[in-house]
Design a protein. Structure first.
Length: 119
């Protein structure tokens, strides 16, 4: 059960207790593509993907399976200016491959910016 926190950005859904500690859960779609976000995207979010070593979790609608990827299966992005968190596209599955370290850094800096704006 998520515990919402007052005064957080709209992409911040709340805190989720876990065995590893509290996870800060964000609405992945709202954070990644705010210009194309619709409120109905939030319906049906059922799972949180966490990555060991990070205090953030990504809310998602479903988790199909985990895959072991060969670097040749990925169309790597050569320039990441606008979306530094997007490492590439997994061609066979037509899905995004996230750079977790970059994503975590951007999330943390975005949270700091939001907190500074509300002061």
């Amino acid at each position: 059960e998520l515990t919402p926190l007052f005064g957080q950005p709209d992409w911040f859904l709340g805190i989720l207790p876990s065995q590893a500690g509290n996870l800060k859960v964000l609405d992945t779609a709202r954070w990644i593509m705010p210009d194309r976000y619709r409120d109905d995207f939030r319906q049906g979010l059922q799972y949180v993907i966490s990555v060991q070593g990070y205090e953030w979790g990504l809310a998602v609608h479903q988790v199909s399976r985990s895959l072991r990827l060969d670097p040749n299966e990925i169309k790597w992005r050569s320039q990441r200016g606008q979306r530094p968190w997007l490492a590439g596209t997994v061609i066979e599955h037509m899905c995004a491959l996230l750079d977790v370290a970059e994503l975590a850094e951007l999330i943390a800096s975005g949270a700091v910016k939001q907190l500074n704006r509300s002061k």
